[in-house]
Design a protein around this ligand. Structure first.
Ligand SMILES: Cc1cc2nc3c(=O)[nH]c(=O)nc-3n(C[C@H](O)[C@H](O)[C@H](O)COP(=O)(O)OP(=O)(O)OC[C@H]3O[C@@H](n4cnc5c(N)ncnc54)[C@H](O)[C@@H]3O)c2cc1C
Length: 454
């Protein structure tokens, strides 16, 4: 029997908040999401879902549906002929999936509601304060209390501001054009990317006849509120790719700037930050939504274990300890990619291309690069990622994780902690038992007789 010592409030119903809400609700924790918008969003924003995120979605029974509606990219062209081959990733999902952010959000919201999360729309947090026992949340028309609060309220996070945390960093790229368009003559490559010194442009299909164009022009740097015309987009795309791919109707055009920033802490007392509220980075590598979803998967089970009273002392501190360095790594790697794409002088671009190709032909370098970009290579020093393991009776580890519990993979028999532990036999028993955390990372490994319990 699970027992409760509190409730959780989540501020912001973006992808990070919705995944967190679904996990907490599935674990039986009372959870309310407060969202300032009154309507669900149909903005595409993020469009690339990486392999590790698909594994995280697989562990929630959502990957199949999301993969079906998207387009798969098996290799990423970084610049000119420098390519990253994703097809050899040691994952069930050896590709980048192109799909609009709202599809991921919809699937996560349906799951959260199905498990009993409450989503309150039109609720804009204005401030919060905390004492030793609870957090008090201020909205224009009411106050609410919660045992724990997670700020998943995006880049301008009111939660972060209320905690008095800075958000140090700087702008990396201004006047980026984003558009969802139709093309009469689409590129052969699923993902067409190129950079020519003073401009770059990327074209990717959503798989439903619409394409995302992402373009930047050093010669035309203007404020975010300057409108974009289809002609401007055509001209930059033509300059970069030699063709505008028959760019026609647009359903969405937006100009934005991109910052690199990270909060110094992800936890202050009973309040946590996750997703864009905690870190933002350059759009290169498509890491924004992916990193947020992985923050949520890391935090959710730790919060649930604490609220239910069985999480060990210090468990909640491991969230910042594990996720802050990952945020920093993503900031560094996506920043390096964008800076290399923007190199101006021809000799520098030539050196980049030659060196890039040579380095990526080394298997160890290619493995490291695809591991970081796809998230598959990102583990925590004390908790590496556990790959999908075939289990007895044709089941897989990531299916066993769908109950939201720890999974003890062992050929032996074990019966304790049934409320928080699923025991599963491997297809081939090596005699070594594995305890896998709900986020697919390793908690413990050894002979079953030495299993310390939960
Ligand atoms: C134009 C644009 C294009 C992008 N393109 C890409 C891309 O190609 N690839 C990629 O990976 N990422 C991209 N991103 C980034 C990606 O969209 C974000 O990383 C992702 O949405 C982060 O999710 P989140 O849940 O952390 O925050 P968000 O999605 O920002 O969600 C935050 C939520 O909190 C709500 N909220 C805010 N303040 C309050 C408040 N005070 N009270 C209550 N609710 C509040 C907001 O309404 C929102 O619903 C793009 C972002 C933008 C703006």
């Amino acid at each position: 029997m699970r027992w409760q010592t509190g409730n959780v409030a989540i501020i912001g119903a973006g992808p990070t908040g919705l995944l967190l809400a679904g996990d907490l609700a599935q674990a039986g924790v009372p959870v309310t999401v407060y969202e300032r918008r009154t309507e669900t969003s149909n903005l595409t924003r993020a469009f690339g879902v990486h392999a590790r995120t698909l594994e995280i979605l697989d562990a929630r029974g959502l990957a199949e549906e999301i993969v079906q509606g998207g387009a798969r990219v098996g290799s990423l062209r970084l610049f000119d002929r420098v390519r990253l081959d994703l097809s050899r990733l040691p994952s069930r999902f050896p590709f980048l999936l192109i799909t609009p952010q709202y599809r991921v959000e919809r699937a996560l919201e349906e799951r959260a509601v199905k498990h009993g999360a409450t989503i309150v729309r039109g609720a804009r947090l204005t401030g919060l304060r905390q004492d030793a026992d609870r957090v008090t949340l201020d909205f224009p028309d009411r106050t609410q209390t919660a045992s724990f609060v997670v700020g998943t309220d995006g880049v301008h996070s009111a939660v972060r501001r209320s905690l008095g945390l800075p958000f140090p960093g700087k702008a990396v790229l201004t006047s980026i054009m984003l558009a969802d368009v139709r093309l009469t003559d689409p590129p052969e490559d699923v993902l067409a990317v190129n950079a020519v010194g003073d401009a770059f442009a990327m074209v990717a299909p959503f798989g439903d006849g619409w394409f995302r164009v992402f373009a930047w022009d050093r010669r035309h740097q203007v404020g975010d509120d300057t409108p974009i015309s289809i002609d401007e987009l055509r001209e930059v795309t033509r300059r970069v790719h030699g063709t505008d791919f028959g760019l026609s109707e647009a359903r969405w055009l937006s100009r934005f700037h991109s910052d690199e920033r990270q909060a110094p802490h992800y936890r202050v007392g009973r309040v946590f930050l996750a997703g864009d509220a905690a870190h933002v980075h350059s759009p290169a590598g498509g890491q924004g939504m992916n990193t947020g979803l992985q923050d949520a998967a890391n935090l959710s089970w730790k919060l649930a274990a604490t609220v239910q009273g069985w999480g060990p002392e210090g468990l909640l501190d491991t969230y910042e300890k594990e996720r802050h360095p990952v945020g920093k790594l993503v900031l560094r790697s996506s920043g390096a990619l964008i800076r290399m794409a923007m190199l101006r002088s021809r000799p520098a671009r030539l050196a980049r291309n030659t060196l890039g190709s040579a380095l990526l032909s080394l298997p160890a370098v290619a493995r490291r690069a695809t591991g970081v970009i796809s998230g598959i290579g990102i583990g925590y020093p004390e908790a590496p990622r556990v790959p999908d393991i075939p289990l007895h009776d044709g089941e897989r580890l990531y299916e066993a994780l769908r109950e939201g519990k720890h999974v003890l993979v062992t050929g032996g028999s074990y019966r304790a902690y049934a409320d928080r532990l699923r025991v599963a036999a491997p297809q081939q028993d090596s005699g070594v038992a594995l305890l896998v955390r709900p986020d697919g990372h390793l908690a413990w490994k050894g002979p079953l007789s030495g299993f310390p319990g939960l």
